[in-house]
Design a protein around this ligand. Structure first.
Ligand code: KIV
Ligand code: ZN
Length: 526
């Protein structure tokens, strides 16, 4: 076995394009509602990470999605920015308009090819699907040179029909053909046989980039993606932390670290990912989406590099190769050495943030500095993880400045039924106040917020975690609530977990208000 290996001479034909869909397939996960500012922040980090294509959203689905894709297309340099479109005229023209301002723009159009989708979702026959696919690709090619076409649910489709559709798409100028395992059903050998069969039935597939997009319903997304790459695919579609519809998509960091760690055993496949940016990308996506990373998650879980069992520690201390197959610095974990104290000034803060990869304009730095001082006064010392938590919390505060928690107090009530009082400020500056008692302090503060702002939320999930260890740790509260029949998530960070919980709930309420204002168009079952 070889460990800690470095990629050897690269064959250009073996380069794997990383197509990141965290902001599209990932953002479609329940409870995730990113603002444009947050999407741009993630996209900038994806660019630093070295992804080749950022699928920035699905522009037809809402004005917010359109704005997100267009802003990323305008502001993020050095990557291709893609917008998703069903195989329909207005979807394609809207996506084309959104990406037209990009340095390199791509339209990604798709239609389902499986009989079950044709019959029950699209209510179209095969001839209609074929016609829609070729029309969409032709229209997209009239707008941009870079067009990706996907056969949704391809792995459950008749391969002969998939071959016919992709032949038509390639004739109309599609430059990438994506073969998604939409429902996460296939298995590695089966997926390989499917792809090999398509190369045989449709030889022109050899002239374009073949892409794989695998969902993780059976935990096989990464294995299936690799299997596809081994038989000729050269684009992998993936998400940071493996988020995405249902069980998620192939995890970007896992595919990238396999290509790096097993470089000598992957048939020369290589990529442009700077793996030292993985940890930062993972934390940013987790904070802004509200989707926590499971502690034992490969590559980015907090235990991924912790060798806690005595026998492991002993081995690792004697020689890291006994248990470590990757070293923590290769995924950017070394940055955690940064520590600032309560006497650190603005300059030291700016320097520490720059070391973490964040360059803030003076106004943003002022905001973070005020927040830093508040926390440092209470907590004493702040680590890199604390700073990142504060920074993303500040970003979220700015993005959801609609409702701001001004005061939270607890008094009266009983031990079983504590009473909370809140004062909330809205974006017009108006203050409202609410008091309520509840089954516990969190229930009481949620009811008090509902009373203050006229909302009505039901708590589905609630968690509090420490950003770093120690009794003075910053606490991060995450909530998922049902508001008006839909799920909204919110996070808050504070040294006081009840304050963090109140902020998290208020942000979920705020997100529900934004969603109401820019209601999404039904996305057609994507
Ligand atoms: O899973 C899927 O099929 C998709 C397509 C839109 C590419 O996300
Ligand atoms: Zn998908």
């Amino acid at each position: 076995m070889t460990t800690h290996s470095n990629p050897t001479p690269h064959d250009p034909d073996k380069r794997v394009t990383f197509f990141d869909t965290t902001l599209r397939d990932g953002e479609q996960s329940p409870g995730i509602h990113l603002t444009t500012r947050e999407k741009v922040e993630i996209a900038q980090q994806l660019a630093r990470l070295g992804v080749d294509v950022i699928e920035a959203g699905f522009p037809i689905t809402s004005p917010g999605d359109f704005e997100g894709v267009q802003t990323i297309a305008r502001e993020v340099e050095g990557v291709t920015v893609a917008g998703l479109a069903r195989a329909r005229e207005r979807d394609v023209t809207t996506a084309g308009e959104a990406v037209s301002v990009a340095e390199r723009g791509r339209i990604h159009t798709f239609i389902a090819t499986s009989d079950i989708h044709l019959e029950h979702k699209l209510r179209m026959d095969r001839a209609q699907v074929l016609a829609a696919a070729v029309d969409a690709v032709r229209l997209a090619r009239s707008m941009v040179d870079d067009v990706e076409f996907s056969c949704e649910d391809s792995t459950r489709s008749d391969p002969a029909f998939v071959a016919e559709v992709i032949r038509g798409a390639i004739e109309e100028g599609a430059t990438t053909i994506n073969l998604p395992d939409t429902v996460g059903y296939t298995m590695p050998a089966e997926f390989q046989a499917f792809l090999i069969g398509l190369y045989e039935r449709c030889p022109s597939l050899g002239d374009v980039t073949v892409s794989v997009h695998c969902h993780d319903d059976l935990g096989l997304a990464v294995a299936n993606s690799l299997a596809g790459l081994h038989v000729g695919a050269r684009q992998v579609e993936c998400c940071v932390n493996g988020i995405g519809e249902r069980a998620g998509n192939a995890s970007l960091e896992e595919v990238a670290m396999i290509l790096r760690t097993r470089a000598e055993d992957v048939g020369g496949l290589w990529c442009g990912i700077d793996t030292t940016e993985i940890t930062r990308a993972s934390r940013l996506v987790s904070r802004l989406t509200g989707y926590a990373v499971q502690p034992n998650k490969a590559v980015v879980g907090r235990n991924a590099f912790a060798h806690e069992a005595g026998i492991h520690q002993h081995g690792v201390l004697s020689n890291p190769l006994t248990y470590e197959i990757m070293d923590a610095t290769s995924v950017g974990l070394a940055q955690s050495a940064i520590v600032l104290g309560k006497h650190s000034g603005r300059h030291a803060l700016r320097h520490a943030l720059e070391e973490l990869g964040y360059e803030l304009d003076p106004e943003a730095l002022d905001h973070v500095f005020v927040r830093f001082k508040e926390v440092a006064d209470r907590k004493g010392r702040l680590s890199a993880a604390d700073l990142e938590a504060l920074l993303s919390d500040e970003m979220r505060a700015e993005a959801t400045a609609g409702l701001v928690l001004v005061e939270l107090s607890f008094s009266g009530g009983t031990e079983q039924s504590p009473a909370a009082r809140v004062v909330v400020r809205d974006d017009g500056g108006a203050r409202s106040e609410g008091s309520a008692s509840g089954d516990g302090p969190v229930d009481a503060l949620m009811k008090a917020i509902d009373a203050a702002v006229g909302s009505s939320g039901r708590l589905l999930e609630y968690s509090v975690s420490a950003v770093t260890s120690g009794k003075d740790a910053l606490g991060e509260a995450r909530v998922a609530c049902e508001i008006g029949g839909r799920t909204f998530a919110g996070q808050g960070v504070s040294t006081d977990v009840l304050e963090a919980s109140a902020v998290a709930y208020l942000r979920a309420v705020d997100a529900s208000r934004h969603a109401e204002a820019g209601e999404r168009v039904a996305a057609g079952g994507v």
